[in-house]
Design a protein around this ligand. Structure first.
Ligand code: SF4
Length: 355
């Protein structure tokens, strides 16, 4: 049997519900991103995910609540202390609440509160207490913070934090100052705490091999994650990894498709995310976006969506306008998704083009 026939046979079985193995994932990740086989892979993942998730999409907002030159010092990051020029700042609580309200108005079901690797735990916990009392009840609070202890996770859970994003990143300990074992231990503590674990394959660059990608993806296949997916790395000028550039949307979608097929048997994984939000990903097995801003107000002008001096989102990395909940709904509707959903997969609102 030729390699092409082998891949076609494998993808037919995947379309019929068989999750791919790690060896198969490696083979699919090795395909040239604009090959016929890679197109078949993306199409197969599209069919599998539409059926699996009932043609529903999920929006989870993101708010960077504090920033400073970060001790994590990751070789790809905008905030790494060795090459950043940002000044320390904290987003005022009233502004966090206002952003949450606009995310909820746009159909988001949760919001990631992002900090640096080191952060003030008590300040963050108290912020979550205030938010839980102040923001719409359906908007889940999700933590995206540094490595934390089991008792800190218990405190966050007890004040209403529903889940936590934590990743053992590609080349962790090589391109970052954190050992992979430390990141993995935090992930295990999140799961043990009873909070939902949010995961991604990230931060993907052109230099990452099929073997490295498959290995990193597989932690989220072996351990129970609420969400898996893929995120590309944006090249930060002045950072050590800048020269590598960035992957294409075709490559990002190929990796999303592999994640979707590798987790097809996992009931606890209720969505597959792609970041940056893009329509190619929605035809490749992804059904979740991370909008950077909530519903625009009628009086907003486009330049109002550029991140201000405090707080941040991934738009800061792109040096671009923030992608809003309205932008995300438009892409989901254009891709033929029928509903938005909650974090467990239940339908919320019907999607219409131009809604
Ligand atoms: S990726 Fe996170 S830990 Fe690493 S430098 Fe950036 S903020 Fe710090």
């Amino acid at each position: 049997m030729s390699a092409d026939e082998q891949i076609e046979g494998m993808l037919k079985e995947a379309a019929n519900g068989r999750a791919i193995t790690r060896a198969e994932a490696r083979m699919l990740l090795s395909l040239p991103d604009n090959s016929l086989e890679a197109a078949l892979l993306r199409s197969t993942a599209n069919i599998v995910s539409r059926r699996r998730f009932g043609n529903r999409g999920l929006l989870l907002g993101q708010i960077g609540v504090d920033m400073e030159p970060c001790d994590g010092d990751c070789a790809f990051c905008f905030f790494a202390k060795s090459h950043t020029s940002i000044q320390a700042s904290v987003l005022p609580t009233e502004e966090v609440i206002a952003r949450c309200e606009r995310f909820a108005a746009g159909g988001a079901q949760g919001v990631f509160l992002m900090t640096m690797h080191r952060f003030g735990f008590e300040w963050f916990r108290d912020l979550c207490v205030t938010l839980r009392r102040s923001i719409p009840a359906q908007l889940e609070i999700l933590a995206n913070v540094g490595d934390v202890t089991a008792s800190q996770l218990g405190e966050l859970r007890d004040v209403g934090v529903a889940g936590a994003y934590h990743v053992c990143r590609l080349r962790e300990g090589v391109d970052s100052c954190m050992p992979a074992a430390q990141r993995r231990a935090t992930i295990e503590r999140i799961i043990e705490s009873g909070m939902a674990w949010y995961n991604l394959c990230e931060p993907i660059g052109p230099e990452h091999t099929a073997e490295e990608l498959a290995e990193q993806i597989w932690l989220g296949v072996e351990l129970p994650c609420r969400q898996h997916g893929a995120m590309q790395r944006f090249p930060v000028p002045g950072s050590p990894l800048y020269a590598h550039g960035q992957i294409s949307l075709a490559r990002l979608s190929q990796i999303v498709a592999v994640v979707a097929l590798a987790t097809a048997h996992k009931k606890e994984t209720t969505s597959i995310a792609v970041n940056v939000s893009n329509i190619v990903g929605l035809f490749s097995g992804a059904n979740a976006f991370f909008p950077e801003a909530g519903e625009p107000l009628a009086e907003d002008r486009p330049q109002d969506h550029v991140a201000g001096p405090e707080g941040f989102t991934t738009a800061l990395w792109r040096q671009s306008n923030e992608i809003t909940t309205a932008d995300c709904r438009t892409m989901l509707a254009a891709a033929g998704f029928s509903h938005l959903m909650d974090t467990k997969g239940g339908p919320t609102t019907v999607l219409h083009l131009n809604s």
